[in-house]
Structures are given as C-alpha cells and as structure tokens.
Design a protein around this ligand. Structure first.
Ligand code: AMP
Ligand code: MG
Length: 352
C-alpha cells in the first residue's frame, strides 16, 4: 500500500512547484494521476517497461489492453512513431491538443508492454495545462490510461480517482472536474480507410470532413485483432455495482417502457433509479425513487460531461436497479451511446 497524497492545482494557472514535484515522482518511477480535458489519467513514464508495469498492476488492467502515450508537443510523435504521414500532420493541426488518439506504427524502443505487444502505438496530446506542463516537466512521454480500477467508469473528478486508486498511486493532482467527460476518440490510421476504434468528442462527422469515409461500425464479433484493441471489445467496461438497463428507441416509447419496467420493480418493493434527459425527468415523478437528469437531449456536450459522475453517484443512492434513456447517435451522441451500451452490455431494451 502506497502513501497517496492529493493536492489541489489551479487548472488555469497551475503552481509550477507542485507540477515539478509531480514530475519528480514520474522521473523516479512513480505514479501520478492528473486531469486531462477528457477524464483523469493515471500517468507513469511511458518509455520504461517497469514503470508501465506499475500502471497495469494499480488498475488491475489486463496486460493485453494497450496504453496511450501522452505528448506535450506534436514533435514528440517522432520519438515513438516510425512515420508521420501528411494525413497525420493534418489531423494534428486540426485536432491537437485535443481528444483524438492516433494509432501509428511504433518505434522498436517503445516497450512492448505499452502497446500490449501490438506493432502500433496510440498517441495523443491532451488539451489541459496541468497535463501538458506535467508531461513537459517529466521530460518523457506519459503512458496514461483512465485513472479508474479496470472495468469501472472513468474518473471525471479527483474524488473518483481517490475512490478507486487510494493506496495505489503516489500523487493525485486535483484540477477540478474534467471538461468533456468521455475518453478520446481512438483513430486507427493503419487501415485504409481509417477506423474509429473508440468514438469520442472528435466526431466521425468531423473526421470524415478531413479524411473522407471513416470506418466506424462497432461490432461485437469483429476480428480477434479488433476485439483486442477496441476498448470494450474484450473486457467489460463501465461496470456498476447495480443492474443497469439501457432503453433505446423513440423518446416517447422509451419513457413509457421505463415507466412500465419501474412499476414492475417497485411492485416487488425494489427502489428504482432513472437517468434521463432534462426534457423527460418530470415523466418519472411518482414511478421512480431517484431521478437524475444529465441535461438537455439537444446538448450532448452537457450529457457527456456528466455521464460518468452520474453513473458513479447512483451507486451511493441505494437503488436496486437503474434505467437509462438512450440518446440520438448523431455527433457526440455516438460516443455517449457507445459508453451506455458498454455499461449495459446484454441489458439493452428496444422500446417500440
Ligand atoms: P484508456 O486509456 O483506458 O482509455 O484505454 C486506451 C484504449 O486505447 C485501449 O483500450 C485501446 O483500445 C486503445 N489503444 C491504445 N493503444 C492502441 C493501439 N496501439 N492500437 C489500438 N488501440 C489502442
Ligand atoms: Mg479506460
């Protein structure tokens, strides 16, 4: 068990001495959790196999689930990828710093542990001053998966990291709530056309404006290779300690179905939670015990930002079962629905 410390850091103008202290921990082979614009990351020196090992151990992450390397500047790509095509340059210009991870051919000196034995490496430059200063001060690239126990919803508050990682990391930098709330889009540039392995805040539509057609179909029974590299393809993700049902369909049909299902549980004296849009929350008064709105269904940025926090909050509400409304898959809705389906797994109800 490690002695974990948590320090508050101003996200707009971080105290450089605190960041230098965090960087010294990284250089000494330790683990530092830090905010990014997507979710909190669990950072270690990504160019050393033994420090990377510590990440897998702390998270309980399967060794065959690759890590993303985080860079402080686009030039750092050349330290780990063998080639940077004009397309990569273009994507970097348009989307970095930001929530887009590029999967590129890996240089041989990058530990195989990081890429889980794959010949490729995922690279991203986060859009967060604390993260960028920490990477630059560490003088290396940070391997940094989401700072949750493997299989849990990603942390969007430092307190989520503390809940999952206390005693397992050296330091947690608390930079407040993360802005976007869902993990980066992972784009595999080894395929032609490129393939979205994980949808995120950089949308398929935005990528297609630059690249033309992009493969984005997320299938459960894809080739074994994709099952390994696609988040959620092989291991359960975003699991809660209460049964979680996702109800998809037209909004009115979804509301009716959740009301019906909630009624069945309540007739057995079970407490029911509902996670829904601002527009429909009034529809569940009297038929659910805990109702939480994620925001307007017309503002997916708000829905995404509060998604993991709300899921984690439901675990402390003493409900026996949780129903969530589905959303449109347009734009950022694609990423939100991907996470909700991963969380629900086989408990998806199609309302008609
Ligand atoms: P996390 O950092 O926990 O959000 O997870 C990172 C995800 O990025 C992994 O689960 C992988 O699916 C994906 N990823 C990272 N590196 C690669 C790679 N070299 N090839 C394909 N996917 C990758
Ligand atoms: Mg993760």
């Amino acid at each position: 068990m490690k002695a974990t410390e948590i320090v508050k850091v101003d996200p707009n103008s971080p105290d450089i001495d605190e960041i230098k202290r965090a960087a010294a921990i990284i250089k000494a082979g330790g683990l530092v959790a830090f905010p990014t614009e997507t979710v909190y990351g669990l950072g270690a020196d990504g160019l050393k196999a033994d420090t990377v090992d510590k990440i897998f151990l702390a998270k309980g992450r399967p060794q065959d689930n690759p890590l993303i390397l985080h860079v402080a500047s686009p030039d750092d790509i050349l330290r780990v990828a063998t080639e940077v095509s004009p397309i990569v340059d273009k994507l970097v210009q348009l989307f970095w710093p930001g929530p887009l991870t590029l999967v590129l051919p890996k240089q041989s000196h990058v530990p195989d542990k990081v890429s889980a034995g794959l010949p490729t490496i995922g690279v991203r430059m986060p859009d967060n001053i604390i993260a960028l200063t920490l990477i630059a001060e560490s003088g290396t690239l940070l391997a940094a998966p989401s700072a949750n126990l493997s299989g849990r919803p990603s942390p969007t508050l430092a307190s989520h990291v503390a809940d999952d990682m206390w005693g397992k990391v050296d330091l947690i930098l608390d930079g407040g709530p993360t802005r976007l709330g869902v993990e980066s889009t992972v784009l595999d540039l080894m395929e032609d056309p490129p393939r979205i392995l994980r949808p995120g805040s950089v949308t398929r539509e935005e990528l297609e404006d630059v690249l033309g057609h992009v493969e984005a179909q997320i299938l459960k029974d894809e080739r074994p290779f994709l099952r390994q590299v696609r988040p959620g393809g092989k291991y359960p993700h975003y699991t809660l300690d209460i049964p979680f049902f996702l109800v998809e369909g037209e909004p009115q049909a979804v509301i009716r179905r959740i009301q019906e299902e909630a009624g069945k549980y309540r007739s057995q004296a079970k407490k029911v939670g509902v996670m829904c849009s601002e527009e429909s929350k009034g529809q569940y008064l009297g038929c659910a015990d805990v109702i939480r709105s994620l925001g307007s269904r017309h503002d997916m940025t708000q829905i995404a930002a509060g998604l993991y926090r709300t899921l984690r909050d439901f675990e402390t509400c003493n409900v026996h079962v949780l129903f969530a409304e589905g959303f449109s898959e347009r734009g950022l809705g694609f990423a939100v629905m991907n996470r909700l389906r991963e969380a629900a797994r086989s408990r998806i109800i199609y309302a008609c």
